[in-house]
Structure formats: structure tokens, C-alpha cells
Design a protein around this ligand. Structure first.
Ligand SMILES: [Zn+2]
Length: 399
């Protein structure tokens, strides 16, 4: 990256960092059980809601408890259950039409990151009927209060229940882009670990490593605060200690609970301190080939950390020591290496692949361009890279 661009990126990031204390960050109110949702709705005198979910979640019976408790409290509901991974603009519009047709007055997202992203974008379109989703991409283009939004994660990964972002795919260009606005932070987050007990092991691995990536990218970035560093450390420690237990013993309540809270803490960390190039590259890969978000992050995380090299050593070493991955006596370089090795070790223990057969040489420049557009100047990464430099990362994970 040339000096002028570097100067521009870093100045932008310094400005954004200085603005953190003045930004209207808020955290959702935490509810411990799906049954609490009906109580809140009743207090707000809301009698009809839209549930945004996906067919798999419905089939597993995960919406049953919520539906029953709504019925018991005489709250009617419409269900949009066609959420697919990587939600598209069309899907958001379908959900919005249903909300309006059924006269709903609140939105409940129940599912993984995709359901929550779709619900947030749907809420944004409801309060901004004249503004297209594409125009809402980027930072602070919604600027209007959403209808009451409840987020009920069924995976421990995205942390979307506490973040300002909704990631949407433009199906016509295969481009994924993020809408970031404080109004997208859900009003309520339901952290009910019982909903994650049946999560298949592959999803446990991918979503858990997504949360790990959130915490690591937030921590090694240049816009951290004392609070986000603490939350990131808590998250990495919990994930490091619990992810394999969840993978091997899916119904271990304690480990599931820990992972759900880890994912939430990682969400708090990255919504204030941002992610980095792992996410920028991952978004372009999953936009192009429909690969899962967590999977792409899991594969890319150690590779990007290695690419950052010396620039990230000090912070990775601190993180590794704080989480018990390296010992206090380890030298900086050694501790950082141990951290990266641990990520590879976790990936291997959960059968996460090391590369993607889908990647085609001719697609790489386009994807790198998207990653560059997403990452620069917004993400306060430890080492700035332009599109040409980012291309190398794709080759490293190409089978
Ligand atoms: Zn993520």
C-alpha cells in the first residue's frame, strides 16, 4: 500500500477511535429464557410479531417454546422461515412484506447470524421505506429507531445479538456488504443455552471459531478500549477452554453456556473495536462461492495472523499469556507462535479444512478488490494491505 493511502487509512482510524466515547453504543438487555420475550411484549402492549428464522431451526423444534409462550400470552405471530445462509436483498424484502401485510409491531430473530442479519436489515427497511438496502451499506446510513427487536441466537458464534452490523449479499454481483448503524443493535438478547444443545458438531466448530475470530481481530486491532480488550480476553479464554468439549459432548450444558456467553463478549468487543482482514477476505469468499461465514473465518484466521507477522507479535503474545495458551516466561515471538499453533490445533481437532477447492485464480483479483473495499480504511488492522497484497492470502488458502 502506498504511503498516501496508508496515511489516509490511519488518519481515518484515529478519528474513528477518538469518536468511540461519543458514539451511542448500547448493549441489549439480556433475557435468560425465550419465555421472557412474551412478558416484555405484553408490557409493551404489542400483540403481533414477526418471527424471522430458517427452516432448519423450525424443523429442529427450536421455535416451539417461543411460539407456545406467545400463544399463552395471546400474542399473535407471523413466521418468515425462509432465511438462507448469506441472506440476500430479496429475502429481506420478502420478510418486510410479510411484516407489513400482517401488521406486526416487533421482530424476533431466532437462529444463527443469518436470521439476525436478515431481521436487522428488515427492521431498517421498515423504518426507511424509501431507502434501498444498498444505499444503507457502510456506516450510519439508517439513523432511525427500529421496531422492538429481539435476538435469540441458536449458535454460539456471530454475537450479532449485540452488534451494530447486518451483513447482506447482493445476489446480482455476489458482493457481501455490511450495514452498520447503532439503531441495528437489538433491544433484547435472549441468551438461552438450551437452544444450542442440539447444534451439530460442524456448526459448533465453525460458529465457535467465528466468535474466536471476532475476539482476536478486535484485540489485535488498533482501536481497542480497556473494555473491549477485557471482553476479547474473556471470550478467547472461554472459547479455548470450551469449544472442543462442545464439539465432542454436544449436550454439555456448562460448556454450551460458556460458549454462548463467549460469543456475546466477542460481539461486544468487535462491535466497538471492529474486525480485520480475516473478515474482509472471508466475506468475499462466502459471497463468491456461498461458503459459510464461520468456516471461511476458521480457515483464514491462522493464515492471516501469520501474514501479519511481527506487526501482531506483541498483542498476540499478550493475548496468549492472558488466556493461558502461552506461559509468562515465553518470549514474545514464541508466545505469538503458540497462539497461532493453538488455532491450527483447534481447527484440526474439529476437522476444519485448511484450504478451499472452490477458489479459482481468475476470481481472486475481484474478491481481493471487495476485501480491500470492505477493510480499508474502516478496519484498524495491525498491518495495512492493498488489494494486490490481499490477493496473496487467497492463494494461501486455495487448494
Ligand atoms: Zn464473523
Amino acid at each position: 500500500m502506498n504511503l498516501f493511502k496508508k496515511f489516509y487509512c490511519r488518519t481515518f482510524q484515529i478519528f474513528m477511535r477518538a469518536a468511540i466515547p461519543f458514539m451511542p453504543y448500547r448493549q441489549p438487555e439480556i433475557l435468560q429464557s425465550v419465555n421472557d420475550v412474551a412478558t416484555v411484549l405484553k408490557n409493551k402492549r404489542i400483540d403481533k410479531v414477526l418471527i424471522v428464522t430458517d427452516a432448519g431451526v423450525v424443523k429442529c423444534g427450536l421455535t416451539d417454546g417461543l411460539k407456545e409462550s406467545l400463544k399463552e400470552n395471546a400474542i399473535a405471530f407471523a413466521v418468515y422461515d425462509r432465511t438462507m445462509p448469506n441472506p440476500t436483498i430479496d429475502a429481506v424484502e420478502c420478510a418486510r412484506e410479510l411484516y407489513l401485510k400482517e401488521n406486526c409491531r416487533a421482530i424476533i430473530a431466532l437462529g444463527g447470524g443469518s436470521a439476525m442479519d436478515l431481521a436487522k436489515a428488515c427492521g431498517a427497511r421498515i423504518v426507511r421505506p424509501k431507502k434501498s438496502l444498498i444505499k444503507m451499506g457502510g456506516l450510519l446510513h439508517v439513523r432511525k429507531k427500529l421496531p422492538p427487536l429481539f435476538a435469540i441466537p441458536t449458535t454460539a458464534g456471530t454475537g450479532s445479538e449485540t452488534t451494530i452490523a447486518a451483513v447482506i449479499t447482493d445476489a446480482s454481483t455476489h458482493r457481501k456488504y455490511a450495514i452498520n448503524d447503532f439503531s441495528l443493535i437489538p433491544h433484547y438478547a435472549v441468551l438461552d443455552y438450551k437452544l444450542t444443545l442440539g447444534l451439530p458438531s460442524t456448526l459448533t466448530a465453525y460458529t465457535g471459531m467465528d466468535a474466536m475470530t471476532h475476539a482476536v481481530e478486535a484485540y489485535i486491532g488498533r482501536s481497542t478500549t480497556r473494555k473491549t480488550r477485557a471482553k476479547a480476553i474473556q471470550a478467547v479464554k472461554l472459547i479455548n477452554e470450551n469449544i472442543l468439549t462442545c464439539y465432542n459432548e454436544p449436550t454439555n450444558a456448562e460448556a454450551r453456556k460458556n460458549m454462548l456467553f463467549a460469543s456475546h463478549y466477542a460481539g461486544i468487543a468487535f462491535t466497538i473495536s471492529y474486525v480485520g482482514y480475516v473478515h474482509a477476505v472471508a466475506h468475499s469468499l462466502s459471497g463468491m462461492y456461498g461458503l459459510g461465514h464461520g468456516l471461511t473465518n476458521a480457515v483464514l484466521l491462522p493464515v492471516v495472523l501469520q501474514t501479519y507477522g511481527k506487526k501482531v507479535q506483541k498483542k498476540l503474545s499478550k493475548l496468549a499469556k492472558a488466556c493461558g495458551i502461552a506461559s509468562a516466561e515465553d518470549k514474545k515471538a514464541q508466545a505469538a507462535e503458540k497462539f497461532i499453533a493453538r488455532i491450527y490445533e483447534l481447527n484440526a481437532a474439529m476437522n476444519v479444512p485448511k484450504s478451499f477447492e472452490e477458489i479459482k485464480d481468475e476470481d481472486i483479483p475481484k474478491m481481493a478488490k471487495f476485501a480491500n473495499m470492505e477493510g480499508n480504511p474502516l478496519y484498524p488492522v495491525p498491518l495495512l494491505m492493498n488489494a494486490k497484497q490481499l490477493e496473496k492470502i487467497y492463494y494461501k488458502v486455495k487448494a
